[in-house]
Design a protein around this ligand. Structure first.
Ligand code: ZN
Ligand code: ZN
Length: 425
């Protein structure tokens, strides 16, 4: 350690590499990470996390605005943070971290495990905030090597896909410099710490939440001929939906239709008036998304017609706008450009092209429908020995998910700084 410190001191600051600068910050960053991990806050309640991010960025010299954001469906305070550093003429780059945690009871047994019962940073947003702070510090120390404008944002409420919309709605691109490029990192629970995953094109799926109410005509369970049974119709609908994926869709376009919950009935000998199906749908392409959503409504209506339901008892299809979000799309040219810049920083063998995922994110909203090139990179967070062993690993959102802090944060900051330098150099 001492030799390392002496070595660092011996290198003139201007000649320090990105990695030297990250090394100097790493102990403090790991402490920040542990502080954040111990004190997770649920979506829309990120008061303390956002205050910590804001104060660190202000201390480094950024022009910081807090409480940026207006939710579309609630008066709740939106804890968005925007930090700006203007450094001469050049492009504007926005870097985003999310800040919210999940309703999960942590079971990692770590000394810095969550101190808040039932709430846990199980999606790595604590790592993302730490990476943002580390990036802010290193980029500020390298001001003489880049020019342009850096906008760093702490976004609340990612897990409920409301935060990006809230910040944009509150004038993120009008009150602050509008970005030419947007980047972010997200932790990955199957990649080794020290590695980066990147995906040109679609990275994450569109998610749609649907409540489908199958209506019937209830009555006595012993006299089905006097009823229209919505339990039987709901069962038919669940099976008929499967062909939307297997028969109507190209096998080359990923689609998931999951009925996660069925509600109906009160007693074994009563045929109820209605049954509700709660569903999630995952797709990538907008045209596939539309076809599948239309298909669900069509199949439900078809089953109702087959069963002789009158027009006024047709199924009710409700798309929950506030719980639905488009796909996350990485601008392919920018993704390749950043992957090549990051390869130079951490070694080409550590930069891995990965498959898209069917989970979802609200990050792509910042691209304004692909008008602003945006890229989200994945940062490996798992002990390399555990990845190599082939043992089953806890996924993101698991109560046992525990990233290795040092290597994950180091690689995260090096990656984001190398990406920022590629754009702003
Ligand atoms: Zn998550
Ligand atoms: Zn996440």
């Amino acid at each position: 350690m001492r030799t390392l410190v002496l070595l660092l001191l011996a290198v003139p600051i201007a000649a320090q590499s990105i990695n030297d600068r990250v090394s100097a910050e790493l102990p403090a960053l790991v402490e920040t990470y542990k502080t954040l991990h111990t004190a997770p806050e649920l979506s829309t309640q990120e008061a303390k996390s956002s205050a910590l991010v804001a104060s660190r960025l202000r201390d480094i010299g950024y022009d910081v605005t807090e409480r940026v954001g207006k939710y579309s469906d609630t008066e709740a305070t939106c804890y968005g943070v925007v930090a700006v550093m203007k450094n001469g003429k050049g492009p504007t780059l926005m870097i985003r971290s999310d800040m919210d945690a999940l309703p999960v009871e942590e079971q990692t047994g770590l000394p810095y495990a969550s101190a808040t019962k039932g709430v846990m940073h199980a999606c790595g947003h604590d790592i993302h905030m730490t990476t943002l702070i580390g990036t802010a510090k290193v980029m500020a120390s390298m001001r003489d090597k880049w020019h342009g404008t850096l906008v760093l944002i702490g976004q609340p409420a990612e897990e409920v896909v409301k935060g990006a919309d809230a910040m944009l709605r509150d004038g993120l691109y009008e009150r602050f410099p509008r970005p030419d490029f947007v980047i972010a990192v997200h932790e990955n629970s199957s990649l080794a710490a020290g590695t980066i995953g990147y995906t040109p094109g679609y990275l994450m799926a569109a998610a749609d939440s649907i409540n489908l109410t199958i209506r019937g005509l209830g009555g006595h369970g012993a006299a089905p001929e006097k009823t229209k049974d919505p339990v039987v119709m709901a069962s038919e609908v669940v099976l008929a939906l499967q062909t939307l994926v297997s028969r109507e869709n190209s096998p080359l376009d990923p689609v998931v239709v999951t009925v996660g919950s069925i509600h109906g009935g009160t007693k074994r000998n009563i045929i109820p008036d209605q049954v509700q199906l709660l569903m999630t749908v995952r797709t990538y392409k907008p045209e596939v998304r539309k076809r599948v959503l239309d298909g669900i409504a069509r199949v439900a209506r078809g089953v109702a017609i087959t069963n002789g339901l009158p027009e006024e008892r047709m199924p009710v299809f409700e798309l929950l706008k506030g719980e639905s979000i488009g796909a996350t799309y990485n601008d392919p040219a920018l993704a390749e450009r950043l992957a090549s810049a990051v390869s130079k920083e951490i070694g080409a063998a550590n930069v891995i092209k990965i498959d898209p995922l069917m989970v979802s994110e609200d990050f792509s909203l910042y691209s304004l429908d692909h008008k602003i090139p945006s890229v989200m990179l994945n940062v490996g967070a798992v002990d390399p020995a555990r990845v190599a062993s082939g043992e089953p690993l806890p996924s993101l959102h698991s109560s046992k998910f525990a990233p290795v802090p040092d290597a994950t944060i180091r690689t995260g900051v090096r990656t984001v700084v190398a990406s920022a330098m590629e754009i702003l150099r």
